[in-house]
Design a protein around this ligand. Structure first.
Ligand code: ADP
Ligand code: MG
Length: 705
């Protein structure tokens, strides 16, 4: 399902330099990976424009001699370099600079700079142009200069060189049989050379809009690789055998329905029906249950578990955080234990003795249902008879954990059924490609009686007002979340995650908890007599559980927390969510966080506090949050705001995996690809395999995870 684009663990090759490691993190390992890493855009460095001919607002390359440079205090300290090209002068302004730059950009030095010309207060200027020191005879570029998508720790210049070298070495022979592609398209080799180094007269528009035949060819190949790999794993699955789990009249499933405190929505009933049908079949279910935050996926999971248990099989429910797992555990125990179901509990933080007992109960078959974090799928856990695996918020699990899960499922004699749950909406076209080997059920309505959440965006200077609001809310018997950002919070019993990924726990950077602890202290002082809890990922598991429990039972009225509460936490009495430094969060993360309120009948409010100045994308994100609560719309805007350039860092969206093709714009291509893929797999399985390897390499394995 949505899988990270960068899959290869960096630890596999310990002797890499920092930029090499960064390349590996981006999945750029083989020559072919680099050759297929295409420019985001181009810069035209093939011409130098005389200043006299350049217009304001134009992005141009200019070459001239430094007349002088000085450091000035104009609002901010800055380095100002005056450049003269013989036809005019331009001031280059640098807000971030090194002392060494002032030295090397000395009077008389010849510089080639590129940037946007503006009309400034002291004449024409360029802010932060790219700079090259040149000699009079330094040749100009002969092709457009590629700008590649990159990531932290990987400078553009380094990446450019690496790609240049890889392009020479990479095997680029034609893999697809003659007739697969339109005859008038360029070869793969031609396409790649063209796209990495387009001649100066190439249409920038056709290039940036990805309409050039070279682009068509690559998009087609990319879509084809994805489609083939999906079809392949679907075909593989058809040969697998799974236990048949029939729905019994008067069985556990029906009895659970009888004791639930609410009626299912029509959407919940529909998806339960779809799942029940799958469970009866002798092939393993491979289904994604999608539903926006608060749509009620947990009860669907519980009902599915009831079917498996009634049929005499075990069921495992795995959640990405201990807090969420604990909450599921409590809920499921409440529903199912009175009906005679024995529920086991497994997380990384259990004491060894307790863990041994739980593992023994799972191995003997005494436990019907196991709830926990990914500890549930570790090697030492042997199921007597696992029939169904339920994965909550599955997009939050890392690649290593997904692979581990697959190994676990494959190790059983009969492959267990698999139901994954996610609140991250996936557009239909995406579902057709990435999820071609996955069935999708969608809960497309919220339970009745929910009052829509009102979202307010406030500058941080209005904090006092917000604290007043908390006082009111608490006085009315309601509860409040206050969320603070935290850099690098790694979740779920970190040590196990580290062990699986082969990382050294001790090397984890320390966390800066000052924000969340300070806020906790401030609120405690401002609101005497109010029970205020503090929750973050680094607390001992027992303390996390106890804080969460006291908040759930309303012994605490306010919970100051990091994003550990981002997914799944369900306290319907909470009606106010304050998110501090909201500008630092991603859009989908804000949506998830906001989903913690508005879960009961009371009208809920979400306050997004921001610190000025806001960046443009920060503004857009906060505006989107204020304007809509619809998960699909949020997800659409998220992609729009972040754009393709950031696709690589993204771990939450399956769209991140399509690097070149755009499923909305390229629907024509997609239809063609779907027809070709079937035929290719049937008539030329070898070529299909080579094509998958070329495009996906080791990622093909991860894609199935
Ligand atoms: P999510 O889909 O985000 O995982 P949950 O399963 O946590 O949502 O459900 C959100 C809340 O709605 C829970 O308190 C749950 O008990 C409640 N709920 C679920 N289904 C219904 C329903 N049909 N009617 C009323 N409340 C429901
Ligand atoms: Mg949930």
């Amino acid at each position: 399902m949505p899988r990270p684009a960068a899959a290869k663990p960096t630890d596999a090759a310990p002797n890499l330099s920092a930029p090499q490691k960064a390349m590996h993190r981006l999945g750029l390992v083989r020559d072919i990976d680099l050759a297929l890493h295409l420019p985001l855009r181009y810069e035209d460095e093939t011409v130098v424009t005389p200043l006299r001919q350049a217009r304001d607002g134009q992005t141009v390359q200019v070459e001239g001699e430094v007349r002088d440079n000085r450091i000035e205090q104009r609002g901010r300290r800055q380095l100002i370099v005056r450049l003269d090209d013989g036809t005019g002068e331009v001031l280059l302004r640098f807000l971030n600079f090194y002392g060494s730059q002032q030295k090397s950009w000395a009077p008389g030095v010849r510089m080639r700079v590129r940037g946007e010309l503006r009309h400034g207060f002291f004449g024409r200027e360029m802010v932060h142009p790219t700079v090259r020191i040149v000699r009079e005879d330094t040749p100009l570029a002969t092709s457009l200069t590629p700008v590649y998508p990159t990531g932290a720790g990987l400078p553009q210049a380094y990446l450019r060189k690496a790609i240049e070298a890889a392009l020479k070495r990479a095997p680029l022979d034609e893999v697809l049989p003659h007739g697969t592609l339109p005859a008038n398209w360029p070869s793969l080799r031609q396409s790649l050379h063209f796209l990495h180094h387009p001649p100066p007269d190439a249409s920038l528009q056709a290039l940036t809009e990805h309409q050039h035949p070279a682009w068509q060819r690559l998009k087609f190949e990319e879509l084809l690789a994805q489609q083939l790999s999906r079809l392949q794993s679907k075909a593989e699955r058809a040969h697998l055998k799974a236990p048949q789990l029939p729905l019994k009249t008067g069985g556990l499933h029906e009895r659970l329905l009888g004791v639930l405190p609410f009626d299912l929505t029509a959407a919940q009933r529909r998806v339960c029906g779809e799942i029940a049908l799958d469970l009866q079949r002798p092939q393993p279910m491979h289904r994604l249950l999608q539903g926006d935050v608060g749509s009620g996926k947990t009860v669907v999971a519980a009902l599915s578990a009831a079917i498996a248990i009634e049929a005499g099989w075990q069921c495992a429910l795995m959640a990405p955080t201990e807090i969420l797992a604990e909450q599921h555990f409590r809920k499921l125990v409440g529903w199912l234990e009175p009906l005679g179901v024995k529920v086991a509990w497994l997380t990384g933080s259990l004491k060894p003795k307790a863990k041994r007992e739980q593992i023994a109960a799972v191995a003997s078959g005494e436990a019907h249902l196991v709830v926990g974090t990914h500890a549930v799928i570790q090697d030492q856990v042997e199921f007597a008879k696992l029939g169904l695996a339920l994965i909550d918020e599955q997009h939050r699990f890392g690649v290593a954990q997904r692979l581990q899960l697959r190994r676990k499922l494959e190790s059983a004699e009969l492959e267990p059924h698999l139901l994954m749950m996610s609140a991250t909406p996936i557009p239909r076209t995406l579902a057709m490609t990435y999820l071609a080997d996955l069935e999708v059920s969608a809960i497309d309505e919220l339970p009745p009686g929910r009052t829509p959440i009102v979202t307010k965006v406030f500058a941080d200077s209005r904090r006092e007002e917000v604290i007043e609001r908390i006082r009111d809310e608490v006085a009315r018997g309601r509860q409040v979340y206050w969320v603070c950002p935290l850099i690098d919070e790694t979740e779920v019993s970190d040590q196990t995650a580290d062990a699986i990924a082969g990382r050294d726990s001790a090397k984890r950077p320390p966390l800066d908890l000052s924000n969340v602890t300070q806020t906790h202290q401030d609120l405690s002082e401002a609101l005497p007599g109010v029970g205020i809890g503090l929750l973050h990922g680094r607390l001992p598991a027992a303390e996390k559980a106890s804080v969460m429990e006291r908040f759930a039972s309303a012994a605490l009225q306010v919970l100051v927390a990091t994003t550990v509460i981002e997914v799944g936490v369900d306290v319907p009495n909470a009606s106010l969510m304050v998110i501090e430094h909201a500008e630092r969060f991603g859009l989908s993360q804000l949506h998830q966080l906001r989903g913690r309120v508005g879960r009961g009948a009371v009208a809920s409010v979400c306050v997004l506090l921001y610190a000025s100045p806001l960046s443009d994308s920060g503004k857009q994100r906060l505006r989107a949050m204020a304007e809509t609560t619809d998960g699909f719309e949020i997800s659409r805007r998220d992609l729009e705001i972040r754009g393709p350039g950031e696709f690589m860092g993204s771990r939450q969206s399956g769209a991140a995996l399509l690097r070149f093709a755009d499923l909305n714009e390229d629907q024509g291509l997609l239809a063609r690809v779907q027809a070709v893929a079937q035929r290719l797999l049937r008539d030329h399985p070898e070529a299909a395999n080579r094509h998958i390897q070329r495009w996906l390499g080791q990622k093909a394995e991860y894609l199935k995870a």
